[in-house]
Design a protein around this ligand. Structure first.
Ligand code: BG6
Length: 501
């Protein structure tokens, strides 16, 4: 069922959060679906001194705990022989020689290799240098690919420095900069929706669209990731990467083809067209906040400052909202509002597109209250859906209007769901870069957020709070261009118009 060639996947940081929560479960699901190449080995690399058999128990336990309903012992007995373990210290140069010797065992490890950096961002370059110096990135016996997780740098300059370090050992074609949002089904469905249907194209521009909202809200807090999150914050963690990618897909022109470079060419053009925010306009375009204690699903939860590992005077934002403009012909004057937050009222990722009102309000007398514009809602998670809101006549003798939501949810209940990492791991094994970021995209995204990062890092005295379990700080409405614009909190008609603040 799979076209990927035999290969070895080497996971650095295999005992860490990402490998345990995402990579190993995704690989197990691919095993269950029969999508892993027949000859494929998974070599876990980390500091702990496990033997192969101890590692098998670790993986079996974590899969049983994390996905009890999906754990199938028969699948695990196929999966187990692929799993190997190699202890290594990231700063220890000689251990890369030992790793190379281990990988030279061709009977266990096919020579095509993927090296997955599931380590702390500051270790990416050390590991790649270790691999490069040990000759493990030379493609003489098979291909060598490296997957770099986000964040790629912490600002433009550091991203460029990281890139020049990586480029000493790797060609661009060997690098897979992952943004797991691009592996999500609905995100790809945005492209299908736009480019496989003619219906929307004439409307997809500033003549008809009033504004676009892209939201990612989570009820989770930082879940013990203070060390990373304190230096990142919501703007770097979610907006520079995931949400700007969503914006690029919504706003890009049709590519020449769906080939990776054509797609990435178009995304980069959009990112480069985003109007730079001068430092003196940051407050008009960006808003930050930090969660305080509150209730999440009726449970009392602590505020960000009480989280273990967070500095007592931290002003790291756990909520960020931005207003951006794309200065090109298609989008002139259309605001794109992006927002994300932890410990929010709901888990929800969605793109909501609001259309303008009809040029003449002929049916004013037939409704109560303001006109309802058309909306297109693309739910990314938890519900993958596509909804279009329209006005229709309400049944009855009078001419009254009401809002109807056409639901074109594309996944049926009995159709399998998959995790973004499953798709992306297969793409790496197949050498397909379409859903990975090119360096110019990463740089363009940093250029968008860098001025905000600079201003926020200088303003260290105050940050707006919001109670855990709410929709974020008060006052974010000041980002809106007009007073008939408001955050869309729900994909349903009821509760859509929550003009809470
Ligand atoms: C990660 C961020 O990239 O994305 C996390 O570092 C965030 O902070 C996560 O929670 C959200 O991804 P998902 O797939 O769980 O919505």
């Amino acid at each position: 069922m799979t076209s990927a060639e035999p290969c070895t996947l080497v996971i650095f940081g295999a005992g860490g959060n990402l490998a345990r929560r995402k990579l190993l479960p995704a690989l197990f699901q691919l095993e269950a679906a029969g999508r892993l190449p027949e000859r494929m080995a998974i070599l876990a690399v980390d500091l702990e001194p496990h033997s192969d058999s101890e590692w098998h128990s670790v993986v079996s336990d974590l899969l049983r705990q994390s996905h009890p309903e999906a754990f199938d012992p028969d699948v695990f007995s196929r999966f187990r022989p692929r799993l190997h373990y190699h202890p290594i210290g990231p700063g220890d140069a000689s251990s890369y020689g030992q790793l190379r010797s281990a990988l030279e065992d061709g009977a266990r490890f096919p020579p095509n290799m993927v090296f997955y950096m599931a380590v702390r961002p500051r270790d990416y370059l050390h590991v790649v240098e270790g691999l490069g110096n040990a000759g493990l990135l030379r493609e003489d016996g098979g291909w060598r690919r490296v997957v770099i997780e986000k964040p790629f740098g912490y600002d433009l300059l550091s991203a460029q420095t990281l890139q020049s370090g990586l480029a000493k050992h790797l060609r661009e074609q060997q690098l897979f900069r992952i943004d797991h949002y691009l592996g999500k089904g609905t995100v790809q469905n945005v492209m299908v929706f736009r480019f496989a249907n003619l219906l929307m194209e004439p409307l997809w521009n500033h003549h008809y669209i009033d504004h676009v909202q892209i939201t990612h809200s989570e009820t989770r807090g930082i879940e013990g990731r203070a060390e990373y999150y304190e230096g990142a914050g919501a703007l770097r963690d979610m907006i520079q990467s995931h949400l700007l990618q969503l914006l690029a897909i919504v706003a890009m022109e049709a590519p020449v083809s769906m080939a990776a470079e054509h797609l990435r060419d178009e995304k980069v053009k959009v990112l480069k067209s985003i109007r730079p925010i001068p430092q003196n306009a940051v407050h008009a375009h960006a808003f930050r906040g930090q969660y305080e204690s509150g209730l999440e699903n009726d449970q009392a939860v602590c505020g960000y400052l009480e989280e273990p590992g967070v500095a007592p005077d931290s002003v790291t934002e756990t909520y960020a909202a931005l207003k951006l403009f794309i200065d090109n012909w298609r989008w002139a004057g259309v605001p794109f509002y992006l927002r994300t937050g932890k410990r929010m009222a709901n888990n929800s990722s969605a793109i909501s597109i609001r259309f303008k009102n009809p040029p003449q309000d002929l049916l004013r007398a037939s409704r109560q209250g303001p006109a309802h514009a058309n909306w297109i809602m693309l739910g990314i998670q938890p519900d993958e859906c596509l909804k279009v809101e329209m006005q229709v006549k309400a049944p009855g003798l009078e001419l009254k209007t009401r809002t109807l939501s056409l639901d074109a949810t594309y996944r049926k209940d009995d159709e399998a769901d998959y995790d973004a990492y499953e798709e992306l791991l297969l793409d790496v094994m197949n050498g397909d870069h379409s859903l990975f970021l090119r360096i110019d995209e990463v740089e363009a995204a940093w250029r968008v957020v860098d001025p905000i990062i600079k201003v926020w890092s200088m303003e260290r005295d105050f940050i707006n709070g919001y109670p855990a379990g709410s929709w974020g700080p008060r006052g974010t409405y000041r980002l809106f261009d007009r007073d008939d614009q408001f955050w869309r909190h729900s994909l349903d008609i009821e509760g859509a118009d929550l003009r809470a603040f």
